[in-house]
Ligand binder design. Structure first.
Ligand SMILES: [Cu+2]
Length: 210
């Protein structure tokens, strides 16, 4: 009887552990910029840097398998803001090249090297580092409003479904986390009662019910 109780308690713990594993999915509620940052390892959403005349983006932050990232990868600024890119000196030679030719820096590997551009026009400005573009060293400057998912192709009503999807992931993860805690507590309480009061008459007789 002791061994069966132990197995029951162990089974409960295993179920709880399974729930933990199922809850490790990550949410991706962030604009994709038409896939521009799909292979950019350090992109985790657009950083709001509005309200500043001048902001700084680091060139050569740890990302994409080395010091091959812009930090932050995506920023939001107001019209008229000057973005200053500052080289960390890590990851060999980098540059800042606009995808469209509006601005382009020199190549440099020097810590403290800077390049700046003032963004007047509202919109999304995509840029990359020429030597490490294929590794995912890319960035975005959003001037003004951050576009909705998909880059502006969808209207207000069509976007509703996407928003629900985005909300669904964190809610599910939260629910699984609560279920895990509940499962552990139930297992502990069950084990405590079995140890204290012994086996109840009905334990092990699960076949009798429908
Ligand atoms: Cu680079």
């Amino acid at each position: 009887m002791k061994r069966r109780d132990f197995l029951r308690a162990a089974g409960g713990s295993a179920a709880a552990a399974g729930a933990v594993a199922a809850g490790t999915g990550t949410a991706a509620a962030q604009p994709g910029f038409d896939g521009w940052l799909d292979d950019t390892g350090n992109y985790d959403g657009v950083e709001d840097m509005t309200g500043n005349d001048e902001v700084t983006v680091e060139v050569g932050v740890e990302a994409n398998g080395g010091a091959f990232g812009f930090g932050p990868a995506a920023i939001q600024v107001d019209s008229g803001t000057t973005v200053v890119w500052e080289w960390t000196g890590e990851g060999q030679q980098h540059n800042v090249v606009h995808d469209g030719g509006n601005y382009e820096s020199d190549l440099s590997a020097e810590a403290g090297f800077t390049f700046e551009h003032t963004f007047e026009e509202e919109g999304v400005s995509k840029y990359y580092c020429q030597p490490h573009k294929s590794l995912g060293m890319k960035g975005v400057v959003v001037v003004g409003e951050v576009p909705s998912e998909g880059g502006g192709g969808e209207g207000g009503e069509g976007g509703g479904e996407k928003e629900l999807e985005e909300l669904g992931v964190p809610i599910q993860a939260h629910w699984v986390g609560s279920a895990t805690v509940l499962g552990i507590v139930v297992t502990l309480v069950y084990t405590f009662y079995i140890l204290k009061y012994g086996e109840s008459p009905h334990t092990g007789n699960t076949g009798g019910r429908e």
